[in-house]
Design a protein around this ligand. Structure first.
Ligand SMILES: CC(=O)SCCNC(=O)CCNC(=O)[C@H](O)C(C)(C)COP(=O)(O)OP(=O)(O)OC[C@H]1O[C@@H](n2cnc3c(N)ncnc32)[C@H](O)[C@@H]1OP(=O)(O)O
Length: 158
């Protein structure tokens, strides 16, 4: 089996069916691309089927126009027993100018599961560079913050 792959980039053109009434790409289309990239990244790291457990911190910084060259970059920044915390960044540009700018970023947590949908252990990722250690520490702090958000959201859970 090949070594786990920590990151992946999806590249494609924004098509007319992705665009809303204002002529820009739907936020929902961008979220779908993010989910696809997160899945490909998590499957590549774990070698297993994975499901989305959480998506958050999404920021739509700039719109994406139809015909833009879109790049969705995904990389593992933390691994638990079965979960992979994945940082995602979407960049877009006119393919004629290649003047890339960031349009969206967020964090997605994917969980490796067996054929019955039960979580399965995954290979561990250890940060080595300073940049990786910083992002790994951020992932740990975000887990703490999510616990508080989860407590606040309890009133919406049946
Ligand atoms: C292909 C797709 O994308 S499907 C799209 C939508 N996604 C889904 O349908 C997934 C629905 N959810 C599920 O199936 C389950 O909740 C699962 C598989 C994600 C988790 O199952 P659980 O029985 O809760 O397992 P458990 O409590 O042991 O958690 C497993 C891991 O998921 C993590 N996890 C579970 N829920 C969350 C959450 N809401 N946020 C962050 N992490 C979570 C846990 O921290 C744990 O991580 P670790 O193993 O690295 O310590």
């Amino acid at each position: 089996m090949n070594a786990p792959q920590r990151d992946i980039t999806l590249r494609f053109l924004a098509e007319p069916q992705d665009v809303n009434f204002g002529g820009k790409v739907h936020g929902g289309a961008v979220m779908k691309w993010i989910d696809l990239a997160a899945y490909a990244c998590a499957a590549g790291w774990s070698g297993r089927y994975c499901v989305t457990a959480y998506a958050g911190g999404i920021r739509f910084i700039a719109p994406i126009h139809v015909g833009s060259l879109v790049e969705v970059e995904a990389k593992v920044i933390y691994t638990g027993n079965s979960s992979m915390h994945i940082a995602l960044e979407v960049n877009a540009c006119d393919p004629k100018s290649l003047n890339r700018r960031q349009t969206t970023n967020c964090i997605v947590i994917m969980v490796a599961v067996d054929q019955n949908g039960h979580p399965e252990s995954i290979p561990q990722w250890k940060p080595t560079t300073e940049a990786d250690k910083k992002q790994n520490a951020t992932a740990v702090r975000l887990m703490e913050m999510r616990k508080k958000i989860g407590e606040e959201m309890e009133i919406f859970v049946d």
